[in-house]
Write a protein that binds this ligand. Structure first.
Ligand code: NDP
Length: 244
């Protein structure tokens, strides 16, 4: 039986490219009234051309106050996917304050801000809802030169538990997915050098990196009523990497 989201309004952040774009398109295909946010207008124009029912907005989520105002104007959502993310690769001792703020502002602070706005409305309207954060397997392992990125995703996993605890009584479920390397623009930036990626690949029992669809399927399942008793999990989507 296909998952259906008819009558649900969904917000997807970072939906211009990669995983977020595929999630937005699948949500629309499954009947959700889907709103997509990203930073680059051209990406949203091409998303709209491919999936005309999707409403699109350019919002830079890394700027707390303007993003909050813009999000509040978008109205109520039943489903939220916090997917927007960035990465900077540098040895721990070389990370600058600018690197730190750049990655934390989008990967964690923005996710916190978006979640607050959406969850407040869910609570006030007593609508219930489902929230999924796109975290990373990088929250559960040390990765060379990923000090800030890994830390942001660790923060996302912690927040997932607290949101599940505080919002659960309001029938709002919060979960996260934790994919390993997925060959989007971000994945290529971090892992296209075979010298770097081979040791990681060798540790994955299923012998391949994640496909975008592997992540999309996990997110849609967590958003759906099929996962109605799942709350507060950080679900690895990593072919068994973390058991090795
Ligand atoms: P991409 O770089 O392919 O796409 C990220 C999208 O997020 C882009 O559309 C980008 O817009 C948008 N975005 C970034 N910052 C902001 C911002 N401040 N405000 C609004 N939109 C923003 O990344 P992926 O699809 O690979 O990654 C999606 C999520 O999955 C991220 O959270 C990432 O950490 C996570 N992840 C990715 C993995 C991978 O290997 N690819 C593995 C594990 C987790 P623009 O391009 O215009 O900046």
């Amino acid at each position: 039986m296909d998952i259906q989201f008819k009558g649900k309004r969904a917000l997807v952040t970072g939906a211009g490219k990669g995983i977020g774009r595929a999630i937005a398109m699948k949500l629309a295909l499954c009947g959700a009234e889907t709103v997509a946010i990203s930073r680059t207008q051209a990406d949203l124009d091409s998303l709209k051309a491919e999936s005309p029912s999707i409403e699109t907005h350019v919002i830079d989520l890394s700027v707390w106050s303007s993003a909050k105002k813009a999000l509040e104007a978008l109205g109520h959502f039943d489903l939220l996917v916090n997917n927007a993310g960035v990465s900077r690769i540098a040895p721990f001792t070389e990370v600058t304050e600018e690197d730190f703020d750049y990655v934390f502002n989008t990967n964690f602070k923005a996710l916190f801000n978006v979640s607050q706005v959406v969850a407040k409305s869910m609570k006030e309207k007593k609508s219930g809802g489902a929230i999924v954060h796109v975290s990373s397997a990088a929250s559960k392992q040390g990765l060379n030169n990923h000090a800030v990125y890994c830390s942001t995703k660790g923060a996302v996993d912690s927040l997932t538990m607290v949101m599940a605890l505080e919002l659960g009584p309001h029938k709002i479920r919060t979960n996260a997915v934790n994919p390993t390397a997925t060959m989007t623009d971000m994945g290529k930036y971090a892992w296209s050098d075979p010298q770097k990626s081979k040791p990681l690949l060798n540790r994955i029992p299923l012998g391949r990196f994640a496909e975008v669809d592997d992540v999309v399927e996990a997110v849609l399942w967590l958003l759906s009523d099929r996962a109605s008793y799942i709350n507060g999990v950080t679900l690895p989507v990593e072919g068994g990497l973390l058991v090795a």
